[in-house]
Ligand binder design. Structure first.
Ligand code: AMP
Ligand code: ZN
Length: 130
C-alpha cells in the first residue's frame, strides 16, 4: 500500500481538512506556506493520467472550494494549484494529489519562475496539434 493509501485507511495519522466518500484533503507535512494542503482521491491512481474524468471533476471541484476557503480563513492573497505528474516533474508520492499552496506575498518563500527559451514553435505545433 502506498503512503497516501495508508493515510486514507487511517493507518498513518494525518491532519484531515476535508473528507467525503471519494476525496481526502490533508495538511501537507511540509507546510511550504501556511495552510499548504493536499487533495487526493481515496482510490489509488498513480497520477492525473490514470484517474477517470468524473472523479477528476469532483476532485477539482473540492480543490477549488477548499482553496477558496483556505484563502479566506487564513487571509491569504491567492493560491497556487499544482499537480506534479511523474518523477521528472517532481512527483515523489505516486498517488495522484493536488497541492493547494496559499500565497501571502512575494516573501512567502515560493518563487515560480518561467525561464524563456527560443524553440521553433512551428515544429512544436506540428507535433502537438491533432
Ligand atoms: P509531490 O512532490 O507532488 O509528490 O508531493 C508529495 C507531498 O507529500 C510533499 O509535499 C510532502 O511534503 C507530502 N507528504 C509526504 N508524506 C506525507 C505525510 N505523511 N503527510 C502529509 N504530507 C506528506
Ligand atoms: Zn495510494
Amino acid at each position: 500500500m502506498c503512503i497516501f493509501c495508508k493515510i486514507i485507511a487511517k493507518e498513518i495519522p494525518s491532519n484531515i481538512v476535508y473528507e467525503d466518500d471519494e476525496v481526502l484533503a490533508i495538511l501537507d507535512l511540509a507546510q511550504t506556506t501556511k495552510g499548504h494542503t493536499l487533495v487526493m482521491p481515496k482510490e489509488h491512481y498513480s497520477d492525473i493520467t490514470e484517474i477517470p474524468f468524473e472523479k477528476l471533476s469532483h476532485l477539482m471541484d473540492v480543490t477549488r472550494t477548499l482553496a477558496q476557503r483556505i484563502n479566506d480563513r487564513l487571509h491569504a492573497n491567492g493560491f497556487n494549484i499544482l499537480i506534479n505528474t511523474k518523477e521528472a516533474a517532481g512527483q515523489t508520492v505516486m498517488h495522484m494529489h493536488v497541492h493547494i499552496i496559499p500565497r501571502y506575498d512575494e516573501n512567502d518563500g515560493i518563487k515560480i519562475e518561467f525561464s524563456e527559451n527560443k524553440f521553433d514553435m512551428q515544429s512544436i505545433l506540428e507535433l502537438i496539434k491533432g
